[in-house]
Ligand binder design. Structure first.
Ligand SMILES: C[S@@+](CC[C@H](N)C(=O)[O-])C[C@H]1O[C@@H](n2cnc3c(N)ncnc32)[C@H](O)[C@@H]1O
Length: 271
């Protein structure tokens, strides 16, 4: 990770910070129903993790905390981390309003070892997180640093194969445009985000493709034992305009459902 990548993360931070009140007001995040008790975790996540009661859980890139607080509602002792000051302020406010015990810290993932002590039973990251990170070797060092021996790491993400297809609002079919293989920052310029069409002041963001091999090798390189890798023909959001919902509420390709992987998960354990 060089100075240019640090600068790009700074540009991303401005866009993420601006997005927070827009996301809080968005139908997609549906904060009112969360306040009434809805969990924002996918049934798949809950099944995979099993009971988290009494377990310490570190959530990397927690945005404004809905998933973090949903794990806390299931009994986990949660710490959420995000580099957006507004996201962290909002997460703390939601914790206060829902009377959920949670800790939220503002930190870039890469700086977390300077900000936080201790180790956790679970490190969790999910649903649109690692594509914002330029360097997965250093990311995996952070994951390993914060896991207790025997602790579990869980990732649920967009499948990296999907990143080769542009997903703009006028995209009509799957067409390979971006490289599957990582290494270069992808600059994009949009009015809004995945959750809002409001025209934002900060339009530019940078993301990084991380192929399956890179993610797994970076975790294995830290001595984590990969326990399972799963790929799914459905995903948690409407990534392409031509998707529809299946009966479980997941998003699938309306035509060609099941042909390409849309989401994946990794479960790993520290020795
Ligand atoms: C799509 S959200 C995370 C997904 C979360 N499951 C959600 O939808 O609420 C991505 C988050 O990553 C955070 N983020 C991006 N780059 C980061 C970095 N380098 N360090 C810490 N947080 C970062 C952003 O501020 C944003 O809140």
């Amino acid at each position: 990770m060089d100075a240019r990548d640090r600068r790009r993360m700074g540009i991303n931070l401005r866009k993420w910070d601006e997005s927070v009140p827009l996301h809080v007001a968005s139908a997609g995040y549906d904060v009112p129903s969360f306040l009434r008790g809805r969990s924002t975790l996918r049934p798949l996540e809950i099944r995979t993790m099993g009971s988290v009661r009494g377990r310490s859980l570190l959530h990397l890139q927690c945005h404004f905390g809905l998933d973090t607080l949903s794990w806390a509602r299931r009994g986990a002792l949660v710490t959420g981390v995000d580099f957006s000051p507004r996201a962290v302020r909002t997460a703390r406010d939601l914790a206060r309003r829902t009377k959920i015990h949670a800790r939220f810290l503002r930190s870039n993932v890469y700086d977390l070892p300077h900000m936080l002590e201790g180790q956790f039973d679970i490190v969790y990251t999910a649903k649109g997180a690692i594509c914002w990170l330029p360097d997965l070797v250093r990311w995996a060092e952070v994951v390993a640093r914060f896991l207790k021996p025997g602790g579990r790491f869980y990732l649920l993400e967009d499948h990296p194969y999907c990143e080769v297809f542009p997903n703009e609002s006028d995209t009509t079919r799957l067409e390979v445009k971006h490289p599957y293989f990582g290494g270069r920052a992808l600059r994009e310029e949009y009015d809004g985000t995945y959750a809002t069409t409001v025209k934002m002041r900060h339009r530019v963001s940078y993301s990084w493709a991380h192929p399956v091999g890179e993610v797994l090798s970076s975790l294995a390189g830290q001595g984590l034992v990969i326990e399972s890798v799963k790929e799914f023909p459905y995903t948690y959001w409407k990534r392409f305009p031509f998707m529809s919902r299946d009966r479980n509420g997941d998003w699938i390709l309306t035509e060609g459902a099941g042909l390409v992987p849309l989401m994946w998960s990794v479960l790993a354990r520290k020795r």
